[in-house]
Design a protein around this ligand. Sequence first.
Ligand code: HEM
Length: 796
Amino acid sequence: MATGKSKQTQTQQTAVDTAYLNTDSGPALPPASDATQPALKKARAVGDLVASQSHNVNKPAEYGISSARPPTGNTAAPRDKSATASTLSEKNTSAKTGAKATSGVNAAGGELPRVRADSGGQAMTTNQGVPVADNQSSLKAGLRGPALLKDFILREKITHFDHERIPERIVHARGSAAHGYFECYDAQTDLTCASLFAKAGKKTPVFVRFSTVAGERGSKDTARDVRGFAVKFYTDQGNWDLVGNNIPVFFIQDAMKFPDLVHAVKPEPHNGMPQAASAHDTFWDFISLMPESIHTVMWAMSDRGIPRSLRMMQGFGVHTFRFVNAQGNAKLVKFHWDPKFGTHSHVWEEAVKISGADPDYHRRDLWEAIEAGEYPEWELGVQIFDEAQADAFSFDVLDATKLIPEELVPVTPIGRMVLNRNPDNFFAETEQVAFCTAHVVPGIDFTNDPLLAGRIHSYVDTQLSRLGGPNFHEIPINAPLAPIHNNQRDGMHRQAIHHGRVAYEPNSLAGGCPFQSGSAGFIPFPEPVSDVELRGKPEKFAEHYNQASLFYESQAEHEQRHIADAFSFELSKVTVPGIRRRMVAMLRNVSDNLAKTVAKNLGMPDLPDALPKANARKVKPELTQSKFLSLLARPGEVGIRTRKIAVLVADGVSAKTVDQVANALIAKGAVVRLVGQHIGLLRTDAKTPLDADASSQNSPSALFDAVVIPDGDECVSALCSDGLALEYVRDQFRHGKALLAIGTGVRVLERAGVPTNPADKGLIVVKTVEKKGIATFIKAVEQHRHPERETKPPVV
Ligand code: HEM
């Protein structure tokens, strides 16, 4: 820090004191050193501050190779705070102005409580704080007369209402979010200087938004789609956004193609259909001409495209990033989120039925779990490797359509994330949150992935219009906990009231503040760049099929069946046969079996030739199967916690059976609902009635992970003659879910035509409620699905 007193400050003034109050020009000499008048004190302090920098001493450091290690900015503290204030009149405070600015504080950043609003116990006001006497009627000339323009209360209310909406996100419009924290397992200082990984047990607040990609804001949650998995870490060195997906690869290799991809998958522009679905001509037309997309398409057509819950999905950073340590040494890194609740999926028909029964299924599931204290949790793992390893792979780590099999580079867990708080307000938090791949912190850096490069530009750009100007970083949910100080000023909706007159650097009038951090700041990894300018892709990017085959061959038999079914369904929705043929021709390069099954399901007269490959040279993959890619490898560790189980009840149900089974399931953390023919009170075989909290109309079968049919002759007879109840158990059976029939309950299964095959591990029939039967049922629910039961066509 450069200090030092100028000679001038020792010199007596010759000008009249009032000259130091001028805002246009001033005297040559400073005021007298014994002057006490505030303006004179300020003038002396400003003079001292300016004099403390004889010149810009850091200027030479801006040149040459050493400029890559910038020095800390040159600063000096004013001898009197008034030197850097906007106005001498700041001493005149009011209830509105409050005290003067606190040195070093920008109140537009930081914690959320400063903006929380709660009207408990308060009277209604206008936005100007004027008490509203009557919130029922507009101002009129007479009871039946015309409304008056001067009714500022009505006009304010309506005007505000008229502007309540903002544009939805161009992609990922439909989302749900929660607050929580990230906890570092062990210090990772060897790998990265990112402060959130600095110490074992260190906790960093996070806000996480999950989303679908293609659907509009009000679309269904259970569409077949990639899911967004965006995490904002409020670290003490600024915000880091890990804006990932639930699928580790992406459709395209270069940002240039992103608008094309999105235009192809969104509702077709002429008729606005279909909503939140890839099953239409333009998507498959595009994909069938873009072989690099097939690996991601395989994932999207697999069970991964229809997750059971946002809490039960993996997350991936997708691109290769860099970890950089304090010495400037870097490693390449891929990020993985692994859910404690396991990675689980719906089956397609179930997802379709849920879309109608509860379009908010995932949003509700996340909300309810957090309200119940069943906090969703993920482990953060990293694949760490170096450039030499990367060079040796048969694929390019800058190609976002490729993953690194865990057999080649294992995933090392480095922390966990817990989501333990729902937002207060959907719009203010979930809707206004702005994630951005450009938000990195010291210790985390980009690579030259050409898709990532486009993303670094895209997010802020779109948010400028979505959130109405350049100051959306001040929207409370986006504001970092780390302090914000820079010379960016003004713009729409600016919240911070910047103190002083300096908004540039270098400066001497504000003592050089805010000053650059030098080596304590973000320093980009010095990756050498020396090549010709061109548009194009590396040759390794041209191999499109090896990993699509790897994914397919790593799936269990039923998972492969689901992939074939998904392609068959999606392509059956294509109206142009030529597009279907091109897709099947592409699938031949992934798996001939898959291509043949899909062709058969589509009733194709013949199997088209395989598509020509972009890369004629055969590239030998490192492996053809990876055990980590099947969902069977990821059951989770929570048993049946939070699983939703329906107990079908009707008048005359055996109260004891319901009680015993419900208590046993609740004890294991399941969410049990009594589903009646109507909601409310039902007679039982005992004195006390049951209170059904759901009905077969308002909560159909698809919403549950398992179903119990309790004992009770009268109840069972009622269910046997109720088409909805029969449909209930048929759906459970068809969707591969666990069923438990107790005593006479088995009649409902028989009546529904559900085969009670003792080899079916998911269908348990017991005479009475006993421990063993319940334990078997719990195991069956834990298994999530019983796909061995699947037949084509379904038997019921
Ligand atoms: C060049 C390729 C890409 C471009 C240009 C792009 C662009 C965008 C844009 C404009 C948004 C809306 C942001 C907003 O309005 O706040 C968005 C959202 C999102 N993108 Fe991308 N994206 C690309 C690729 C990807 C990839 C590869 C991933 C996953 C690794 C991804 C994950 C997400 C997520 C999770 C969101 C939602 C963020 C939220 O919840 O607010 N995007 N993307």
